[in-house]
Design a protein. Sequence first.
Length: 276
Amino acid sequence: MANISAADVAKLRRATLAGMMDCKKALEEADGDFDKAVEIIRKKGQAVANKRADKEATEGVVISKVSEDGQTGALIVLNSETDFVAKNADFIALADKILDLAIEKKPASLDELKALPFEGAKVEEKVVEYIGIIGEKLDLSNYEKVEAPYVQAYVHPGNRLATIVGFTKQGLDVQVYKDVAMQVAAMNPVAVDKDMVPESVVAQEIEIGKEQARRDGKPEDMLDKIAQGKLAKFFKESTLLNQEFVKDNKMTVKQYMQSANKDLTVTEFKRYTLNL
């Protein structure tokens, strides 16, 4: 049997983040072969993953970040079974590394992100490997990307809510960008502006407005007008540019941005939250 040194164990620990005893056992089983030991740890992760396949992974972290040039933002959701694991330093470090890779490579979809090479494996395989290390079902469940002249990210304390927002101009006071990203987090708009609200949502809101008016005993010939009024209120409350600015409800978000620069507006945004 090969002589397994503390340095060998430490090296495998750095490469896999598995526990020291797991690393020592893997090296012993592999007779000192480092690559075989890595594979043993990965297979352990797959075995644990198979056992926990029917478990629900509804906790975890939602984090976002922006590239150094400020023009690409990404958001990922890495789920775990428990809040205890969601606060684990190794789990958070894994999420951060995957997010950095997403910023660097700019994959077009979640599937493309999962397939990217990552620390000697694919992202998806590395997540499975960590299942064996952490002992819970993990799931990289969501990925969003925004590209614009300037992108701002916001992560709410606790890593359960994050946003990324694209803007038409860069070089302004960074607080303006941060305020809008926090507005998206706080007020959960459905679209940037009313013309970006899906037709299906508009139709649904009109029907809801009509039904409410009908229940209130309003005459049939007034239902359309009443529903349109309720739709206008919906646009004001639920579209970002038309919402009251949370820091000063005497102006809309659009007016706030125009006070910083008349040409500043939002191109798109992404928002994701775990149950709060």
